[in-house]
Unconditional design. Structure first.
Length: 621
């Protein structure tokens, strides 16, 4: 179903409200419903009187209800993070009273894990109160403590089934000297009150509340904000300059910016890493001291480029299954490889095009991604389309066997996107590329916000490539054929070379271990490896090689004393039972790869490389 989305940034608060003394501006009948539905006013209030308790106190005032029951449901997932997270598990102290008689209780029942039903008893004005426990600092959940409050709409707010298109106000009651940052538009003359035109927009608009830093800047003549919570070694001036470059490059690709203002929310923490995209904002979390080291800084810039690229790819260019969100259950699609994987392809190349790092840094970053892909055993087990479809039960629920059985649609989607880009460039002498696919997807599906099917996506890619790609899609999306990187790199004067790393020449054992509380714990055992064949399992405690104690960090060095085919006696605890076994070490495995120039590249290869990356091939020679 097509729907017209009201972009809050496109309408000023004064245009939204001619007067704030009545509720007439907020009264509407859902456009998709019959006139028999009640005319409603919905007003949320979020308070945090005791932030150290981690409890948001939420009040929903409903005005104009006319039927005998009122159903409230809480989402079970957040768009952009494909896992049922059961946000209702954090809800407590649910009560309902009559609007004009706050002490008069109204009966209610819980119908399912996320469904509350209220017996209205003829009352048109109802006040629903509840509290949400918020002590998970991530981009997709809620966090409240003595320093700030952060929440996502799906993890905090109810919706009324059938009234998702209903506008609603949100008022934040803050502790003293706390400010509010959100992409929602403020309501005139109502302090800390914001308007969402529908529930999708409310879910898509995170809130940061506290004493965070706010940096204002412009890009392409549009206002932007960088809101930063936490302390670290971030240089805001440098970061803002680089963000402006990213915005320029991505806007050039798509022909402009699809918003009137934009908010970057950044949380600085000890170990965090991640991002979540929204239509007019993004939430980012990164290690607080990760901005001085060049490689770590570049990684953060790639994160920003990734989430900002989602403005187009997934927030507006989205699979048919995500055209209309079903907040109660999984929304299955085999196309997350394009939504996330292609975005991952661009998050490396966009900073290069923006001049934030050079061609050597770009190819080094791409080499690291290829290395990660090549050492993942699951690439031979799980097809890319299945990885997308099974995101709900696998990607976010990794276990000790996940690397053996799964393939990330982020990573393989990035690799497939690389091959498609090179394929298109070779066929059309760099006059066409994956950029043209993105632009066509934007025009055909993104601007009108019409969801695409897998068949439509393939058709667009084939039209840009001007060739039948059925075999390509079958081999690399539907099956687990190895990706022939060299075949696609060679026309551009490049090849993939094994790069001697720390594990180069080390006999193959096939396990990884980590020191935990003074114990050397086996975390992963590769399928059909010498370690698995000998009976070692994830969760075992590793004790000794040939009777001499070994630590997790010593394993590689100890293995250097042996050759492939040697037998090593391993001692370990398995479920508290002391065991030992003889392990026959295998041939050394390649773990690192590097993109390098071919020997004696032809003029055509040099020309192709220049057309692709804009510098001579000799630059990396």
């Amino acid at each position: 179903m097509n729907r017209e989305e009201v972009e809050l940034e496109q309408v000023s608060p004064t245009e939204q409200f001619q007067t704030t003394e009545t509720r007439s501006e907020l009264e509407t009948t859902p456009s998709s419903q019959s006139a028999s539905y009640p005319v409603l006013s919905l007003h949320y209030q979020v308070a945090m009187p005791a932030p150290e308790s981690h409890l948001f106190e939420v009040t929903l005032q409903v005005e104009g209800w006319t039927t005998a029951t009122l159903d409230l449901k809480m989402p079970v997932w957040t768009p952009g993070s494909y896992l049922v997270r059961e946000y209702a598990r954090h809800l407590q102290d649910f009560t309902v009273t009559v609007g004009d008689r706050a002490t008069l209780p109204v009966p209610w029942q819980k119908r399912s894990k996320n469904h509350w039903q209220i017996e209205t008893q003829g009352h048109e004005s109802l006040i629903i109160r509840y509290r949400i426990y918020a002590n998970e600092l991530s981009v997709r959940t809620n966090h409240l403590d003595g320093t700030h409050g952060y929440f996502n709409g799906a993890a905090l707010f109810f919706y009324i089934p059938g009234f998702e298109q209903q506008p609603m106000r949100v008022t934040i009651v803050t502790p003293d000297r706390w400010r509010v940052s959100t992409p929602l538009s403020a309501v005139t003359d109502q302090p800390n009150t914001f308007l969402a035109p529908d529930f999708d927009t409310l879910v898509d608009s995170p809130f940061e509340i506290g004493q965070h830093q706010v940096h204002e800047f412009t890009a392409l003549e549009k206002p932007h904000q960088l809101a930063v919570w936490g302390e670290g070694n971030l240089n805001p001036t440098r970061l803002i300059a680089d963000i402006q470059k990213l915005i320029q490059v991505e806007a050039n690709l798509f022909g402009g910016l699809p918003y009137d203002r934009y908010l970057f929310l950044l949380h600085l923490s000890s170990q965090g890493f991640g991002g979540l995209e929204h239509k007019a904002s993004c939430s980012l979390i990164y290690q607080r001291f990760g901005f001085r080291n060049k490689e770590k800084y570049d990684r953060f810039i790639q994160l920003v480029a990734h989430e900002f690229f989602h403005l187009w790819n997934v927030k507006r260019i989205r699979p048919k299954a995500l055209e209309i969100f079903d907040y109660e259950q999984e929304n299955y699609t085999p196309s997350l490889w394009f939504s996330e994987g292609t975005t991952s392809f661009y998050d490396l190349v966009i900073p290069y095009r923006a001049g934030i790092y050079d061609v050597r840094a770009y190819l080094a970053a791409l080499s690291r991604e290829i290395s990660r892909f090549q050492v993942t055993p699951g690439r031979k087990v799980q097809p890319l389309s299945e990885s997308s479809f099974d995101a709900w039960i696998k990607l976010y629920r990794s276990d000790a066997n996940s690397p053996n059985s799964q393939m990330s649609y982020y990573l393989k989607g990035e690799m497939v996107s690389l091959l498609l880009d090179l394929l298109i460039r070779k066929r059309h002498c760099n006059q066409r590329s994956l950029d043209d696919v993105m632009r066509q997807m934007w025009e055909q599906f993104g601007k009108p916000e019409i969801g695409f099917t897998p068949e439509q996506l393939q058709a667009v890619i084939e039209s840009v490539a001007d060739t039948d790609l059925s075999e390509f899609f079958d081999q690399y999306l539907q099956r687990t054929e190895e990706l022939p990187f060299d075949d696609y790199l060679y026309p551009f004067g490049l090849r993939l070379q094994a790069d001697g790393g720390a594990d180069d020449g080390v006999p193959y054992l096939g396990l990884t271990a980590k020191t935990e509380a003074g114990r050397e714990m086996v975390k992963f055992v590769e399928f059909a490896s010498p370690a698995q064949t000998a009976g070692i399992d994830a969760g075992d405690e590793l004790l000794a090689f040939n009777g001499i104690r070994v630590s997790a960090e010593q394993i590689t060095d100890r293995l250097r004393d042996f050759r492939p085919g040697d037998r090593v006696e391993l001692s370990f605890f398995h479920q508290d039972e002391l065991r030992s076994c003889a392990v026959t070490l295998g041939e050394a495995r390649l773990t690192r790869f590097q993109i390098v120039p071919v020997n004696h590249p032809s003029p055509q290869q040099a020309q192709n490389f220049f057309g692709w990356l804009g510098v001579p091939l000799t630059t990396i020679g």
